[in-house]
Each structure stands twice: as structure tokens, then as C-alpha cells.
Design a protein around this ligand. Sequence first.
Ligand code: FAD
Length: 459
Amino acid sequence: MDKKKIVVVGAGVTGLTVAYRLLKSGGNFEVVVLESEKQTGGKLKTSRFAGLLLDEGADAFLARVPWAKDLFDEIGISEEFVSPSSRSASIWINGSLEPLPSPNVLGIPLDPDSLPSQLLNSDDALKIKQGGKPSKAIPEGTDVSIGSLVRDCVGDSVFELFVDPLLGGINAGVVDEMSCETMAPQLLEAARHEEGLITALREAQQNSDPESPVFYTHPNGMGHIVEKLTEQISGSIRKDSNVISINHTNKQWVLETNTGSETADAVVLATSAQNAAKLLTSVSPTSSSRLSDIEHASVSLVSFAFKNSDISIPKDQSGFLVPRSAGMLMTACSFSGNKWAHLDDGSQTLIRVSSGRVDDQRHDRLSDEELVKHLTDDLAITLGLDSQPLEFRVTRWPTALAQFKIGHSQRMKETIDLLADEAPGVFISGSYHFGVGIPASVRSGNEAAVSVIEKFGIN
Ligand SMILES: Cc1cc2nc3c(=O)[nH]c(=O)nc-3n(C[C@H](O)[C@H](O)[C@H](O)COP(=O)(O)OP(=O)(O)OC[C@H]3O[C@@H](n4cnc5c(N)ncnc54)[C@H](O)[C@@H]3O)c2cc1C
């Protein structure tokens, strides 16, 4: 087989996965990864803050699903991973921090008696006790919103108190519009259990090991994982190379970049859906238009370092979530030093405060100083903070988190088919396919690599 040149656009975890899989596949591939930034990793970015290595974007990945863990096992760094010292989180409810129910699945309490009385509506507590059956069966192959499923099975109060703050905060989205099939397939499957959602979730929980880690990170930050992955494919990466357009000429794909043009037998776009849409405008207008319809939320994070004596946080908590009904700018606050032992140096308290939802972009209109001021005010309300930080750092993530509306997976399948018709040899991957997290991004990178391998074969 002639050597085939594959150009991957984007060196976030998805693009690095595609390149790694292609180079290790045994296929006769020359792989070039074009990355617009000066560094690889995209939203996995660690830098020194207050003398410690603190993540500016993702700070952990789910341990109980495959893909990311499998990849990191392969590159030999898994033994260095650590899991959170504290697993409990709270929610800001009616002016105080209430612990998330224990046990819970995505915020849904499995035992209403474990909650403070009066918190849950009594009808909803009864629904949980009775197993949480939906009012009508959800047929296989049908998608529903997480909001409608939870409200139907266990009531509005469960949704509004716990599930909406948790999932709406993590995904910066509107949970009443979120695809259950993509974002919480375990809830959809459980709701189809003949005894109801809660019964199925309880059974699944009884069969899982409560001691097994839920999240992993690296003590030198997620950036260290990127470094190790980048080392595996280092000769293939070109940083500072922004791809501006893609065209098809003489049976080859031609990518115009800020530094010249690049030809390819196949192209894998491993960017956000919005950036992929821009690059596909001339070669696949239909898929481009569909991708540009996928909404993305922008988020801003402020990391603070306080002198230990200047701030009081519950030592057994990893952080807290703020529901949209509270009207605050802050959506979540992570106690980094409680969560990760390597971020507790004994003298300062590190916290990361998030802001921004797809329908609340106030943070985008604020200057860095105004953002810090507003979030410090929110910390004063929630934690009683009355001191100034030793240091703070603002990180902005524009159009960062894809929003998965009902029917997303079906639309993605159709988009991939349209792309294959209009631009055979151009593939898409990224965190807008299977879900927003790192494992889902790696999964999407794996699948894109398989598509390239299927097109050209190995031998
Ligand atoms: C604040 C925040 C916190 C998060 N926390 C977690 C978490 O704790 N756990 C978790 O699992 N997930 C988390 N996520 C989600 C996770 O970080 C992302 O889903 C994942 O990193 C996406 O990887 P990616 O490679 O698909 O995209 P990106 O990381 O966005 O990488 C895309 C790359 O493509 C490059 N690029 C774009 N356009 C072009 C172009 N035209 N030419 C060349 N290069 C281009 C970009 O510069 C970028 O480097 C978080 C996300 C955010 C924003």
C-alpha cells in the first residue's frame, strides 16, 4: 500500500488520540497534526498557580467508563494516577450548603430517608420509595430529555434540588433540554426497568464496588498526561498551525494554514463542532450547517489562593454546586486542596470557581476584574468569606461545552453519513459526539481512527 498522508486538525485529547491510534495501527500512514495554539492539549491545560500545578480546564476524568483509562493504561501512566481525597459535594439550597444525597446517582437520591425532612416534596419522596416508575413506558430507541425523565419518575423537587444543579453545572446547560440517551444513558436504561428507575439504580449500585475510584487525575495535572501522549507522536505535531480552509483539488485535500498549505489523502477534524463547521463550509455545506447548529456554552473559571486562616471551608467536602434559581454568577466551586491531596500545601486553600451556562453568558460581558469581584461576592454569600485572596487567575473557555439536545446521537449519525457522501476522506471527531468529558472525547478519537483505517486498510 502507498503511504497515505492523514492530517489531523487539533491537538486536544481527541486529535492526539486519533494520531496515536493511526500511528500504532500498523497502517502505512504519515500523520501530521496541525494545532493552532503554541501548546498541545486544548482544554487539558495545567500551569503553575500559587506555587502548585493547577489545572485551568478539566482536572480529572471518569474512572468507571473505558476509553480514557484504556488509552492511558497503554501509554503507561495509569499507575501514577490519584483519586479524590474527598468525594462528598454540597448544593446551595435555600441559603445554606446541603450535602448531596447519599447514596445518589447523578444527584437522584436512592434513599429519601437519608435527606433532611422537609427538603423533598412528600409526594416525590413517596415516588422514590415506590421505585420511581415512569408514567408511561419509554420505548427502546427513543430519546427523552433528562429533565422530563427525572421529573416524571421521581418528581420536580428531586430534579430542581439536585439533578439540575449537578448536571446543569457540570455541562453548563439546560437539563430540561438535554439528551438522556447521550448524557445519561444509565438513567434511560434504568427507567425501562419493570420495577422503575430507582429500583434499577439501587440494583446497579449494589453490584458496584463502593471503594473503586470514581475519578482519576495525575498529581502533576492533566497537562502531564498530554505531555506523555504527545511524546508518543511527537514527530507528527506542528504547533502554531491554524487551519483556515479545506478544499479538494487533484484528488487530494488541500488545507490552507497560517503558514502555508498542506495536502492530505484524508483529514480528521478534531476541533469543536463550531470550528469543524467553519472548515467544512466549502467541501460539505450540509454537514457544516448541521454542525453549526450544535450550541456551545462558554465558561469562565477563576482560581483563588487564600491563606488558610482567611477562609473556612468544610474539610470533608470537595466543593459545591449552585442552582440557576439562586441567580448567582457562580455555578460551582471546587475545593481543590480538599479534593486532591497534592494541592494542599498546608498553608493555603486553593479553590476554583466556575461561571457560565449556555443561557447565562453574563460572565462574558465582564472584565476580569469585574468577574473576580462578582465571584468573590458570591463566595461571601455562600462561604461567609470576608478576606482578599493571596492570588487569583482568570481562565476563559469560549464556546467550550457542546450542548446535547434530544435526538443528538441520531443527528450525529446522519451528519457523519452526509459528510461521507459530500467529502469522502474527511472525518469528524471531538467532544460533541458522545458527551463532553475526556473518556467520550477519546472514544470519538478512537472511532475516527477506525474510520480512516477502514478506508485505507492496514496492509
Ligand atoms: C472548564 C472545563 C472543565 C472541564 N472539566 C472536565 C473534567 O473535569 N473532566 C472531563 O472529563 N472533562 C472535562 N471537561 C471537558 C473536556 O476538557 C473536553 O471535553 C475535552 O478536553 C475536549 O477535547 P478535544 O480534543 O475534543 O477538544 P479541545 O480540547 O477543544 O481541543 C481542540 C484543539 O483543536 C485546536 N483547533 C481548533 N481549531 C483549529 C484550527 N482551525 N486549526 C488548528 N487547530 C485548531 C484547538 O486549539 C484545540 O487545541 C472540561 C471542559 C472545560 C471547558
